[in-house]
Design a binder for this molecule. Structure first.
Ligand code: ZN
Length: 153
């Protein structure tokens, strides 16, 4: 069973035969490159770029990181001489790829371990939040392959 994914705008799409190790990395470079609290990456086998190609930034002497040059979605972590690892959130079904390892813990943000305990939106604000989400018209590529994108292109 192969897994597909791609960037937010749909200019870059990929397919892999399988994922192997999935991890999060707390190192400062993964924080910066992902714009998040940690980098979430899956090692993969059988990677094919099915639309477009990521542009790469060489973030160190050992690693380059791929991203969509149109929308900026972080897509790869590529150690020299190894196969690219792919951003878990870029897969069409990231729920199928649970991380089993964390790395770079020396740089872990002091609040990272408490994220799961954050409160949700208070009941009094729920109506406003629901109205906000109802107004959204997504320009994001759907979570499946498409013959042409954007529609009508
Ligand atoms: Zn894109």
């Amino acid at each position: 069973m192969s897994l597909s994914g791609g960037c937010q705008c749909g200019a870059v799409r990929f397919r892999v035969e399988r994922t192997t190790r999935a991890s999060i990395c707390h190192c400062r470079m993964c924080q910066k490159a992902s714009g998040g609290f940690f980098g979430p990456f899956a090692d993969v086998e059988g990677l094919t770029w099915t639309r477009g190609q990521p542009k790469c930034f060489r973030s160190s002497n050992l690693v380059r990181r791929g991203f969509c040059e149109t929308c900026g979605t972080p897509l790869t972590f590529e150690a020299d001489g190894g196969a690219p690892s792919l951003s878990i959130g870029a897969f069409d079904d990231p729920s199928a790829i649970a991380p089993t390892l964390q790395m770079g813990e020396a740089d872990k943000l002091p609040y990272a371990d408490g994220l799961a305990d954050l409160p949700g939106i208070p009941p009094g604000d729920q109506e406003r939040a629901t109205a906000h989400f109802a107004r959204i018209v997504s320009h994001q590529h759907p979570d499946h392959d498409t013959d042409a994108w954007p529609p009508g292109a």
